[in-house]
Design a protein around this ligand. Structure first.
Ligand code: SAM
Ligand code: SF4
Length: 366
């Protein structure tokens, strides 16, 4: 007990300290959660920002071994939202004063895709008279593409490193040039150079992943000077190669607990960044996202993808919220955020304060 209590106030937590915190249970766990909530409240307040998540397409050129929409999954019914559908969803977010939208989807690098995104970003800016913030999560691109999308009006980008352990990264991806750990790292640096608020994150509870790996993941996020983080439990999908390794997995409840510990520890490590309460937490426990908000997360990403396409964007099994329309889920969510002791801050971008503190943040694309 003594040990954890001391670590909660220690300035430079190292890998051993983080491993101790990630493993704590019972009374110590309650102290950890109370402390990370206190750090969030003292640094950022109890405001929670909404990002309307639009899953624009499940077409992907990549074949990540864990993902249900990987290129080789012939069972996945492929779709791409039309520009009109995306704009309708963005208009909904604007009407309901979400403040921001996230356009997420499978990775494509063809010119038609790049131009299409560029155009839709400009149109979202127009329809909201510049007021909607835009986050993109569209995988690895070259710096020229990142720059074009930045200049069109997107100002945040999410690209998870998935795991900072290069050997583990290789085990969960095909071993080819398209799935290279160093390329992914270089993309994160490229996003920072282009002036994006840069987000990354990891999956928690991967087969073969250790507590030590997770502690190193947290230190990686700090070393990379990341502005925002979305991380959540790895969840299996039977149409993926990683399904074969399900006997190595922790029970889902354990993965949820580890996910919450990761949020809590990250808040101690990086008090002024944005941390999302992710959908994968909700897939294990209907109140998983609210639990993350209670202990230090400050961003929530309600799904506003048209209901007709939601079931086809199935990264893992038991994806929640498949039949709940955007209006219903918004009302319910605002209520449950309140129940977690936080307040939804509507019509605000909710930029990461860390970004404005970060050096070189004015290197907006030239
Ligand atoms: N294609 C882009 C990319 O990979 O960065 C963005 C979309 S991708 C579906 C978004 C994230 O989903 C990935 O970074 C990965 O962490 C997560 N994901 C994919 N399959 C998952 C699974 N089985 N369990 C949990 N998260 C998963
Ligand atoms: Fe494609 Fe992203 Fe899924 Fe990998 S995680 S297969 S890049 S959608």
């Amino acid at each position: 007990m003594e040990k954890v209590e001391t670590l909660l106030y220690k300035k430079d937590l190292n890998a051993d300290d983080l491993a101790t915190l990630l493993s704590c249970t019972g009374e110590e766990e309650r102290s950890l959660y109370a402390r990370s909530k206190e750090v969030r409240d003292n640094t950022l307040g109890n405001g929670v920002y909404m990002r309307g998540l639009i899953e624009i397409s499940n077409r992907c050129i990549k074949d990540c071994l864990y993902c249900g929409i990987r290129r080789s999954n012939s069972q996945a019914r492929r779709y791409a939202l039309s520009e009109e559908n995306i704009l309708d969803a963005a208009a909904f977010a604007h009407r309901y004063r979400y403040g921001s939208v996230v356009l997420q989807g499978g990775e494509r690098k063809d010119e038609a895709f790049i131009t299409g995104i560029e155009q839709v970003v400009r149109k979202i800016k127009q329809l909201s008279e510049g007021t909607l913030g835009i986050t993109l999560s569209l995988g690895e691109q070259n710096e020229d593409t990142y720059r074009r999308w930045r200049e069109a009006g997107a100002h945040r980008y999410l690209l998870r490193i998935e795991t900072s352990n290069e050997a583990l990264y290789r085990q969960i991806h095909p071993r080819d040039a398209l799935h290279d750990f160093h390329t992914r790292l270089e993309c994160l640096r490229s996003l920072q150079r282009c002036g994006y608020q840069t987000g990354t994150g990891v999956m928690i509870g991967l087969p073969g992943q250790t507590i030590r790996d997770l502690a190193q993941d947290l230190l990686f996020l700090k070393e990379m000077d990341i502005d925002m983080v979305g991380m959540g439990p790895y969840l299996e999908h039977h149409e993926t190669p990683l399904w074969e390794q399900r006997h190595l997995l922790l029970p889902q409840r354990e993965r949820l607990r580890l996910g919450l510990h990761m949020v809590s520890c990250l808040r101690l490590l990086m008090p002024d960044i944005n941390i999302a309460a992710t959908t994968a937490l909700q897939a294990i426990d209907p109140a998983g996202r609210e639990k993350a908000l209670e202990i230090g997360a400050n961003v929530i990403m309600p799904n506003i993808t048209p209901l007709t396409n939601r079931a086809d964007y199935q990264l893992y099994e038991n994806k929640p919220g498949m039949d709940e329309g955007a209006e219903a889920s918004t009302a319910r969510l605002i209520e449950s955020v309140r129940n977690s002791g936080c307040e939804v801050r509507l019509a605000a971008w909710g930029d990461s304060p860390h970004f404005s503190h970060r050096k070189n943040n004015l290197s907006i694309c030239k």
